[in-house]
Design a protein around this ligand. Structure first.
Ligand code: PNS
Length: 161
């Protein structure tokens, strides 16, 4: 079995993430979406909420597994016999840090990282920007899957006035 992982915080998952995951799912038998738990980073969505939103958003794909993990990504990969980490690159500004992580992960365990160019439609997109725009009432309907839009509206709903 050829297995890959798309790791991240996914707070929340965006259409940019989904584009990468969907493309990876055509290249691998199984694609894992690993919601990496970072206890020092307070999210808008709990880890359980993020997982539920991702599961709802990838329901049409038969070969995508979603789970949370607390620890090193290389340990996640080793425990599940995952051969590749797939990461989207939005712009050259992503490259510095992603290269560092890829080289560190390769040095730790030999796992390969494959970079996939983000669909240009989403090259400016990040979970943080989505949260900021949504917080101030901006329209993010073209940037996130339907379940995320629904939950953003519910969570950020403020009493009128
Ligand atoms: O969506 P993010 O927050 O940009 O994702 C970063 C993430 C979660 C992929 C990265 O921080 C990570 O892999 N964390 C797991 C802990 C780990 O393995 N750290 C060493 C990386 S070289």
């Amino acid at each position: 079995m050829r297995r890959a992982v798309c790791p991240g915080s996914f707070d929340p998952i965006t259409l940019g993430h989904l584009d990468i995951v969907a493309r990876a799912s055509q290249m691998y038998d199984v694609v894992h979406i690993a919601v990496m738990i970072n206890k020092s980073k307070q999210g808008l969505f709990s880890v359980d909420e993020r997982i539920a939103l991702i599961e709802e958003s990838v329901a049409d794909h038969g070969n995508i597994k979603v789970e949370a993990f607390h620890g090193l990504l290389v340990d996640y990969c080793e425990q599940r016999d995952i051969q590749a980490i797939v990461k989207g690159l939005r712009a050259v500004s992503d490259f510095d840090y992603e290269l560092q992580m890829a080289q560190m992960n390769h040095g730790l365990s030999g796992v390969e990282t494959l970079f996939m160019p983000t669909n240009p439609t989403y090259s400016f997109l990040s979970s943080s920007l989505v949260k900021e725009v949504a917080t101030w009432g901006g329209d993010v309907s073209h940037l996130v899957p339907e379940p995320v839009l629904r939950e953003l509206r519910r969570k950020l709903e403020r009493p009128a006035g």
